[in-house]
Design a protein around this ligand. Structure first.
Ligand SMILES: Nc1ncnc2c1ncn2[C@@H]1O[C@H](COP(=O)(O)OP(=O)(O)O)[C@@H](O)[C@H]1O
Ligand SMILES: [Mg+2]
Length: 271
């Protein structure tokens, strides 16, 4: 489907982040424009230090934008008060590289999931209904709720933790999911499963996914749209096919040539 038919989800004009001052100044994100449409899977690709996580933090509203504007559904985003920020965070959620950093280690797993139900306005639902919802969320990611209830996050394996993060997203049903290198800690097999689950969730709740990775092969495989970042700038963007089969920027060409097997691995002839 052409992007023209899809409503705008998140967009940015001249988005810039500068850390520090004077000699120590770092322009982490440099005058970036973007248009992310509803229901799309967008990958942001670049090497370490290219500004991906900084951009993600600005999209999430975790750090301020130094210059430029971010629009949510075509309206200038306003997260200037605590209340507005809380409303915004119902719409946008994130999963990070290290799942262990995302949980309060002193909360048991049922608490983690109950908090999601409460956040979505389910605080007054009967307990039986809440348990049904938590069980459903766990089974969506192939976890057994009964086996988790009394455990703490640190008692789970890395793969189970990643799946628990997706169960949270299943309950929170955000409009946008930001995933910052979510699969880099886990083996290739569970990586495919995690990506499948995210994709199912996207279809189920019409979510927009912004996927951050240094792996251009993976980006080609999973994305509708790709943005390539180098030293804080977007050097190229477009449909995954356009950008990766016909790259224009030297930097994109180099990223692709660093993955010598990209053509064989994904068998481009059949796509
Ligand atoms: N809090 C910070 N203070 C100062 N510099 C930072 C901070 N966060 C990131 N940077 C710098 O901004 C640049 C981009 O970093 P980052 O967004 O983490 O890149 P990526 O996620 O693509 O690896 C790097 O040069 C990094 O050192
Ligand atoms: Mg990063």
């Amino acid at each position: 489907m052409s992007n023209k038919n899809k409503p705008m989800c998140l967009s940015g004009k001249g988005v810039t982040k500068i850390f520090g001052h004077g000699e120590k100044k770092t322009v982490a994100v440099d005058n970036v424009d973007f248009d992310f449409y509803e229901g799309e899977l967008i990958s942001i690709v670049g090497e370490s230090g290219s500004g991906k996580t900084t951009l993600a933090k600005m999209l999430l509203g975790l750090i301020n934008v130094t210059e430029g504007e971010i629009y949510y559904h075509d309206v200038l985003r306003d997260i200037s008060t605590r209340k507005k920020k809380k409303e915004y965070w119902k719409e946008i959620q994130a999963i990070f590289q290290d799942p262990f950093s995302s949980f309060n280690v002193f909360s048991k797993i049922d608490r983690v999931l109950l908090d999601c139900i409460n956040m979505r306005g389910g605080r007054n639902l009967p307990m039986a209904k809440k348990i049904e919802m938590m069980t459903e969320a766990c089974s969506f990611v192939n976890l057994k709720f009964e086996e988790l209830t009394n455990k703490y996050p640190f008692e789970l394996s890395g793969g189970q933790m990643q799946r628990l993060m997706i169960a949270r997203i299943f309950l929170l049903k955000p409009k946008i999911l930001l995933a910052d290198e979510p699969t880099s800690m886990i083996d290739a097999c569970s990586r495919a499963t995690i990506l499948d689950m995210l994709n199912n969730l996207r279809n189920e709740i019409g979510m927009t996914i912004i996927f951050i990775t240094h792996d251009i092969g993976l980006a080609y495989y999973i994305s509708d749209t790709v943005y390539i970042m180098e030293h804080g700038k977007v050097v190229e963007f477009g449909s995954a096919d356009e950008v990766i089969l016909n790259p224009k920027a030297e930097y994109t060409k180099r990223l692709i040539s660093d993955v010598p097997k990209i053509n064989e691995e994904w068998d481009l002839s059949t796509v």
